[in-house]
Design a protein around this ligand. Structure first.
Ligand SMILES: [Zn+2]
Length: 241
């Protein structure tokens, strides 16, 4: 027997209704001077990069009702995620639904342990090429294990919790699902956000590379070459002074 809070058979808002509500919310926010960061999906695919896709594929492990995932996909594609912000250990979002006021979603993810952070920082920081790619918005496939492997950046079910202001009692309602798909799309643009989300300070990568470079320089101190001197020109590598 269906429980009264099971919204499986409730009428779902149409794409047009969602779009109209999202537009009205965006206008209201702009009028009030609020800065919203909406998820805008162009084309049929939510995430295009391998890491964004891997994140979206991974969401099934958190779902308790399988109807919520396809609804979440429709919502994010329709532009219902009117605001999404990724911070350390926390994702905050507003997702449009049937009513005019968007629902508020908070997703909490446990930060990684110091030991896990050290391992990830070491792996990412050992090669300038990988670091440069990451800073440039590309997650090198060589570092795939850091993303999906054991002790990697993917949160396990017990490391993630959801909260939504809607009346659906499912652990993952469609608004949470839409938010999580939105995270996949946001990660496409900036994979470093995933490190921040898990509590990894990306500046540490840079420090690790600088340390490694200094070690190389010291090891080669008796045989200086213009190549090595050029390599340690950090301002050129990282664009910093
Ligand atoms: Zn909800």
């Amino acid at each position: 027997m269906a429980r009264y809070w099971d919204t499986t058979n409730y009428p779902q808002p149409t794409d047009e209704e969602l779009k109209a509500n999202a537009k009205a919310t965006a206008k209201k926010a702009a009028d009030k001077g609020k800065e919203f960061h909406p998820i805008i999906i162009s084309g049929r695919t939510i995430a295009k990069s391998w890491w964004g896709k891997a994140w979206c594929d991974n969401l099934e492990r958190y779902a308790d009702y399988d109807t919520r995932l396809p609804r979440g996909r429709r919502y994010v594609k329709t532009g219902a995620v009117v605001d999404l912000q990724i911070n350390k250990g926390k994702i905050l979002a507003r997702v449009q639904g049937t009513r005019k006021t968007p629902y508020k979603i908070e997703i909490r993810i446990s930060p990684l342990s110091e030991q896990q952070i050290e391992r990830i920082t070491d792996r990412c920081g050992t090669k300038v090429e990988n670091l440069a790619k990451l800073l440039d918005g590309d997650f090198p496939t060589e570092l795939k294990e850091i993303f999906i492997g054991e002790g990697g950046l993917f949160p396990k079910s017990r490391e993630i919790s959801f909260n939504c202001s809607c009346p659906d009692w499912a652990v993952m309602c469609k608004h949470v699902a839409a938010t999580l798909y939105g995270v996949g799309a946001r990660l496409d643009e900036d994979p470093l956000l995933f490190f921040s989300l898990r509590g990894v300070d990306t500046d540490r990568f840079v420090n690790v590379v600088i340390d490694n470079r200094c070690e190389t320089m010291l090891a080669n101190i008796d045989k200086p070459s213009s190549r090595i001197l050029n390599n340690i020109d950090l301002s050129e590598i990282f664009g910093i002074c």
